[in-house]
Design a protein around this ligand. Structure first.
Ligand code: SIN
Ligand code: FE2
Length: 217
């Protein structure tokens, strides 16, 4: 097979990399709907702009956030929680567009979590230098549902560890269109994002946008 033919065949195969038991990286999984995703994010952003929230300790996050869906993740001096209302507008978060929900459901199914129905989609915007320190996603009521994370724009280094903060982390480069799903035995694994390197993405410019789908309630 010529190198060109190999490339085109490889491009058609779904690529999956197992990161841990219950955790899988689906490279390029969101690419077929990238235009619809970006259009949906622009509409959400127009109703619920990105903002840099404060942690309970009073530290302003470097990542700017917004949400869509019935439950939006928020943080302020009183703590981390899910809220139906955007504290910025006093109105409910924008509804979750079906293209987002369907992508999350199909990625979850591909990773072995059929029946996942997200009610929350946190949208993170990273500019060069923004990062997210190692944490667990534990503000959800029920840990039986997985987390589905969609990366768009500039590539980032995703750190994926284990059940303890001190566990060694593996580094994965997440590029535009990559989807990570973790649940089951790895649902509460520590993870984070290294400081975003500067660059220029053909569709998003100097930023990375991450969609994190969860069953919050
Ligand atoms: C998160 O853990 O909430 C975000 C992960 C990411 O931006 O890839
Ligand atoms: Fe997280």
């Amino acid at each position: 097979m010529t190198a060109d033919l190999f490339e085109s065949v490889a491009g058609l195969l779904p690529s999956r990399e197992v990161m841990a038991e219950g955790a899988v990286l689906l490279r390029g999984f969101a690419r077929p709907v990238e235009a619809e995703l970006l259009a949906a994010i622009s509409e959400i952003e127009a109703q619920a702009p990105f903002r840099r929230m404060f942690t309970p300790g009073g530290h302003q996050m470097s990542v700017a956030m917004t949400n869509c869906g019935n439950a939006g993740w928020v943080t302020d001096r009183s703590g981390y929680r899910y809220d139906r209302i955007d504290p910025g507008s006093g109105k409910p978060w924008p509804a979750m567009p079906s293209v987002l929900r369907e992508l999350a459901e199909s990625a979850a199914g591909e990773a072995g979590f059929a029946g996942f129905v997200p009610d929350a989609c946190l949208i993170n915007r990273y500019e060069p230098g923004a990062k997210m320190s190692l944490h667990q996603d534990r503000d959800e009521k029920d840990y039986s549902a997985p987390i589905v994370s969609v990366s768009l724009g500039l590539p980032a280094i995703f750190l994926f560890g284990g059940p303890r903060r001190s566990d060694k982390t593996q580094r994965y480069r997440l590029a535009h269109g990559d989807v990570v799903v973790w649940g089951g035995p790895s649902r509460l694994f520590f993870h984070g994002v290294a400081a975003l390197a500067d660059g220029e993405h053909p569709l998003l410019g100097r930023k990375r946008v991450n969609l994190t789908f969860r069953r919050a309630r």
